[in-house]
Design a protein around this ligand. Structure first.
Ligand code: ADP
Length: 341
């Protein structure tokens, strides 16, 4: 089987770019009030935050699951702010050795929030250190080697761990069960995306009319980080073409340049759908095989492409692999016809 060799850009890279990190900081909601959507989650979190505050106890550990850019980091920071606590931020791939995690844990103060992004990517040996830390607020360190080795138990301050994951299925039960609360962040509705975009346009001083924001809201993969990114690119386009106000027409022109189609699919999504239809007769096909033929990282497919195509109803999961749906076929046909014109 041949790999498709064209280089395609993704609108949502699995890892954040430096530009994106600074954009995130500027636009990040700072309170539950500013955090738009996810109504059920906010309602539940508010109750537990209040109960913890009334008892003057740290909040129980919280696990946040959901696709990249849906607001997990923002929520972790909001939780810390609501608890009036300091937050320590790290990520699974950064904690390569037991000593890395031990260093972070022993530097916590009572009541601190420890945020571990991509917690599913912790090495198992490191993860095992977390179990007693989460459950008994203690750290078991092995001192020495061989028969003379001793386990030293250190007390840790009571802290709240907020873990974030894009792959909740990859978390083992021992870790998952140690979280007091697990929240799954959903994709946002178009109305919610419109509200988020209004706020972002305000903060970035972009003058955009209502139709323009609606157009971005429809085409942003129902994901705030993507919406903010598209808004910024549209702003660049308007500036270069000397338009003071961003209109629907300008959004359409800018998104065409970015190869984002009218449902928000980017070149990578279309490449995956096309490969499924042309090379596998619509499926079923496994993610690993798809990664090989599209030359995309399996992680990007699993965390970014697949959840969005499932959400659009363009593919579905079966026990034997992913298959393209009628709607997916129809969209692909419409999309390629448009590109032929
Ligand atoms: P994640 O950690 O899930 O990848 P982030 O919390 O970094 O996502 O969110 C990315 C950006 O999207 C934030 O900087 C913020 O601007 C925006 N954002 C995410 N969720 C919301 C929300 N519910 N309301 C407003 N803006 C949001």
């Amino acid at each position: 089987m041949m790999a498709i060799e064209e280089t395609k850009t993704s609108v949502v890279p699995a890892t954040k770019t430096t530009e994106e990190s600074s954009l995130d900081r500027t636009l990040r909601p700072r309170s539950l009030g500013e955090f738009i959507g996810q109504a059920q989650l906010k309602k539940s979190l508010q109750v537990f935050l209040r109960a913890a505050a009334e008892r003057k106890e740290p909040l129980e550990h919280v696990l946040l699951a959901g696709s990249p850019g849906l607001g997990k980091t923002s929520l972790a920071q909001i939780i810390a702010r609501e608890l009036k606590a300091d937050i320590r931020v790290t990520a699974g791939p950064a904690l390569t050795k037991i000593a890395d995690l031990a260093g972070v844990l022993t530097n916590l103060k009572p009541g601190d929030v420890l945020f571990i992004d991509e917690i599913h990517r912790l090495q198992i040996a490191v993860e095992e250190v977390l179990y007693p830390a989460m459950e008994d607020f203690s750290l078991d360190l092995v001192v020495g080697q061989g028969p003379g080795a001793k386990t030293l138990r250190l007390d840790l301050p009571h802290f709240t761990l907020v873990g974030a994951t894009t792959r909740v299925g990859m978390l083992g039960a021992p870790l998952r069960d140690r979280f007091g609360m697990t929240y799954r962040l959903n994709f946002y509705s178009e109305e919610e995306m419109h509200t988020i975009l209004e706020r972002s346009a305000d903060l970035l001083t972009v003058i955009a009319d209502d139709d323009a924001l609606t157009e971005i809201a429809v085409r942003c993969r129902n994901t705030p980080r993507v919406a903010n990114r598209l808004l910024k690119r549209v702003r660049d386009y308007a500036q270069v073409h000397k338009h003071r106000t961003v209109t629907r027409k300008i959004v359409r022109e800018a998104l065409e340049l970015l190869e984002v189609d009218d449902r928000g699919l980017d070149a990578t999504d279309l490449m995956v759908l096309t490969a499924m239809v042309k090379q596998f007769d619509g499926g079923p096909v496994g993610l690993q095989t798809l990664a090989a033929v599209t030359a995309e990282e399996e992680r990007t497919l699993a965390e970014v492409v697949e959840p969005f195509l499932l959400q659009c109803g363009f593919i579905k999961r079966t026990p034997r692999g992913r298959v393209v749906t009628e709607a997916g076929l129809k969209h692909l046909g419409a999309s390629s016809n448009r590109r032929l014109i």
